[in-house]
Ligand binder design. Structure first.
Ligand code: FMN
Length: 352
């Protein structure tokens, strides 16, 4: 049994949200000490020139990013940076601070290596988070800001709400993500329609030339999904992040009746959606894959399917802090095995 699995057996005896807060505090404290930071970097980062890539004008030293939701308040930039990620996405951040949904709202499905969450965009609000981020930005890794809608804002005022949160980050962050796909904010997913998405991206383009992404749900019918993605791209979007969590509760054996499922149970669904997306949009826009990625093999599969970058969240809970290092090491081995000189050569090969 690996050392992390032994620790995990103890951690999993406690409430997941409490464990997340303790991890956050420890990582924050540890990474503020430069000696500890150096030790973390030495043990958890993996460097290979083969994995470098420039996407949308940003330099990525490896393709594995931290998915949104783990570092909602930008408190872990240094800490997660030292765990070997190629880029970090903070948020979802909303204009006003909000507490999120009542607890309990985070559950483990250990058998399926999955999480079910109904967090509901708990975060400290854009102004506080922006002023915190300003202290570590620009950072050595690209930082994305994932933007969400406040629950209390009526649906007809959503565009303004997104405009306001975006404005607070205009001098911060390397790319922005519009999250319309969380299942935990009432009616948010209904905004995944061509009219709203068109307005949203045109609005954002008036403010920034930085890369803009749309993060999509895995639960939408594929034809409407493709139309919405096309609209985002036509309206100035730089790419698509696929996918957020799923509300298909048949994927786990003991589901709760709230929230979205991530991790192992989401893997095939997310990969299927990504495949359909890549058939249409590969080479036309940037595609980022998320959903059940917890190994180099799975990450490499998505890269060959057309992902320029991948993101992980749940894998980190089940596989531990060596996850990025292991994924990157394995990707490099697979590139070598297939005779590719760099990651760039492998992106989308399965579509060619
Ligand atoms: C506890 C939790 C909170 C999340 N919060 C957010 C969020 O605030 N914004 C967002 O866009 N995605 C959020 N996600 C979704 C992840 O970013 C990711 O898209 C999804 O979990 C699939 O990746 P995974 O299977 O590697 O976890 C959250 C996921 C989890 C497990």
């Amino acid at each position: 049994m690996s050392a992390y699995k032994r620790i995990r057996n103890i951690l999993f005896k406690f409430d997941p949200e409490i464990i997340h807060s303790i991890t956050e505090t420890l990582l924050q404290k540890a990474s503020s000490l430069s000696l500890v930071q150096e030790i973390l970097i030495k043990n958890f980062c993996y460097e290979s020139e083969k994995l470098h890539n420039n996407i949308c004008g940003l330099n990525f030293y490896n393709p594995v990013g931290l998915a949104a939701g783990f570092d909602k308040n930008a408190t872990l930039i240094q800490g997660m940076g030292a765990l070997g990620f190629g880029f970090l996405e903070i948020g979802s951040v909303t204009k006003n601070a909000q507490k999120g949904n009542p607890k309990p709202r985070l559950f483990r499905h250990v058998e399926e290596e999955s999480i079910q969450n109904a967090m509901g965009f708990n975060n400290q609000g854009s102004q506080k988070i922006a002023s915190r981020l300003a202290k570590s930005y620009p950072f050595v890794l690209p930082i994305g800001i994932n933007l969400g809608k406040n629950k209390s804002i009526p649906i007809e005022d959503t565009l303004k709400n997104y405009e306001e949160v975006l404005k607070d980050f205009l001098s911060l962050g390397d790319y922005y993500v519009f999250n319309l796909s969380s299942p935990n904010t009432p009616n948010l997913r209904d905004l995944q329609n061509t009219t709203f998405v068109g307005e949203l991206f045109l609005m954002a383009r008036e403010y920034t030339s930085k890369p803009l992404f749309l993060k999509i749900s895995p639960d939408m019918p594929i034809d409407s999904l493709l139309e919405v993605c096309q609209k985002a791209i036509d309206s100035g979007g730089s790419g698509i992040i696929a996918t957020n969590t799923t509300i298909d509760y048949s994927l786990v054996c003991s589901p709760k009746n709230i929230g979205g499922i991530s991790g192992g149970a989401l893997r095939n669904k997310s990969a299927e959606i990504f495949k359909e997306l890549a058939k249409v949009f590969f080479d036309k826009t940037i595609l980022i894959s998320a959903g059940g990625i917890d190994s180099g093999e799975e990450a490499y599969k998505r890269i060959k399917m057309g992902a320029s970058l991948v993101q992980v969240y749940t894998g980190l809970i089940f596989k531990g802090p060596c996850l990025c290092k292991n994924i990157n090491h394995e990707i490099e081995e697979l590139l070598n095995k297939d005779g590719f000189l760099s990651l760039k050569e492998a992106i989308g090969v399965d579509l060619k």
